[in-house]
Write a protein that binds this ligand. Structure first.
Ligand SMILES: Cc1cc2nc3c(=O)[nH]c(=O)nc-3n(C[C@H](O)[C@H](O)[C@H](O)COP(=O)(O)OP(=O)(O)OC[C@H]3O[C@@H](n4cnc5c(N)ncnc54)[C@H](O)[C@@H]3O)c2cc1C
Length: 324
């Protein structure tokens, strides 16, 4: 069997490949087995070189951002997990020119920057458009892939462009309109079931934001943060487990089915918000299979009681005991 550790990664990459690194601590629900191969990148050129190297040796990879939207199987991930910690964020003022009259500043971010950090930078700079994102977990790369959103706004509303490493290994300057955004999806989100492969990688992004009243911007951001603290559980979770069905709310249906507080293994339906499955015990206290069984139980009960089929919002990574 091929051992990729034996492949020489050029020392100039400044990247070390580990074997068997536990992934649970790197996910928001604190569940999941180990990565066969694992590397952390801190700069975009490391990410770029590592992905190109993995392609050149035929080693499938998976980008892990904040791990806040993926359920990793108990057996872990076969391939290379690249933990993205490329976190530069910057406000770029427009340079006046005869050809370019738009005076709106850009906010630049490397794809491993925390979404909340990007939003806070914008708020502090008196820029409006990202206040809703101050409380979104995970990285901006994951937020672009998922077209993350809240309070009626989404990434697609303010994203200008992204540098994307395409499937041929070329870096493409991609305008937001070419990313096929729709509700919590983009063309970069392949499918609900995810395995390491040779998929495109978001390297950096630019948001185009408006100047606004700094006091109002700060107040809006504080309001969204406070709303979240009041309405969502604090225990480890993956956020909303199911997408809202047309004209209704998954949380309302699960609560109406009497499932708040329902437990399987180490996980339970949150008593605070029924669309959240929480792992109160943290790392080591629950299994991915517990989450899967609880999700199946929820779907069956909601279907039997209301005739509505709930669709998962999260992605599954790795091998499962039954086909998902
Ligand atoms: C408590 C809680 C609340 C949440 N609330 C919201 C909410 O209000 N709105 C909302 O939209 N979401 C919400 N989420 C879900 C989640 O935070 C978002 O989907 C988030 O944007 C995912 O980012 P991530 O970095 O954690 O992605 P990950 O979970 O690490 O990855 C998600 C997918 O993106 C891919 N990916 C990540 N980075 C890159 C990259 N650079 N290039 C290519 N592919 C990449 C991964 O391979 C994977 O397929 C919530 C989650 C939690 C835990």
């Amino acid at each position: 069997m091929r051992n990729y550790i034996d492949f020489q990664i050029p020392e100039s990459f400044g990247v070390r490949i580990e074997q068997g690194r536990p992934l649970a601590p790197l996910t928001s629900i604190k569940i999941g087995g180990p990565a066969e191969y694992f590397a952390t990148v801190h700069r975009t050129n490391q990410l770029l070189k590592l992905v190109r190297w993995a392609r050149s040796v035929g080693l499938p990879y998976l980008i892990l951002g904040g791990g806040s939207n993926v359920l990793i199987s108990d057996t872990g991930v076969h391939g290379l997990v690249i933990h993205n910690r490329c976190r530069t964020i910057r406000v770029d003022e427009p340079v006046p020119s005869d050809f370019f009259v738009d005076a709106r500043p850009f906010v630049f971010a490397e794809s491993g920057a925390l979404t909340a950090g990007v939003a806070r930078t914008a708020v502090q700079a008196g820029l409006t458009g990202l206040e809703w994102a101050v409380s979104i977990p995970g990285t901006i790369g994951g937020a672009v892939v998922n077209n993350a959103g809240a309070h009626g706004s989404e990434i697609k509303d303010i994203l200008w462009n992204a540098l994307v490493l395409d499937q041929e290994g070329q870096v493409q300057d991609t305008r937001a309109s070419h990313l096929g955004f729709r509700y919590r999806r983009s063309i970069l989100k392949r499918s609900q079931a995810l395995q390491p492969g040779f998929d495109p990688v978001v390297l950096t992004v630019n948001f185009r934001l408006q100047r606004g009243d700094p006091v109002q911007i700060r107040e809006r951001a504080a309001h969204y943060l406070e709303h979240r603290r009041r309405t969502q559980p604090v225990e480890p979770s993956l956020g909303s487990t199911f997408a809202n069905p047309p004209g209704d709310f998954a949380g309302r249906l699960i609560e109406a089915a009497g499932l708040k507080g329902y437990r399987i293994g180490g996980v339970m339906v949150s008593p605070v918000h029924a669309n959240f499955i929480v792992n109160p015990g943290g790392v080591g206290a629950a299994r991915a299979e517990d989450v899967v069984r609880l999700m199946d139980h929820i779907r069956l009960n909601v279907l039997q009681q209301f005739g509505i089929e709930l669709e998962p919002e999260i992605q599954w990574v790795g091998k499962w005991s039954q086909v998902r």
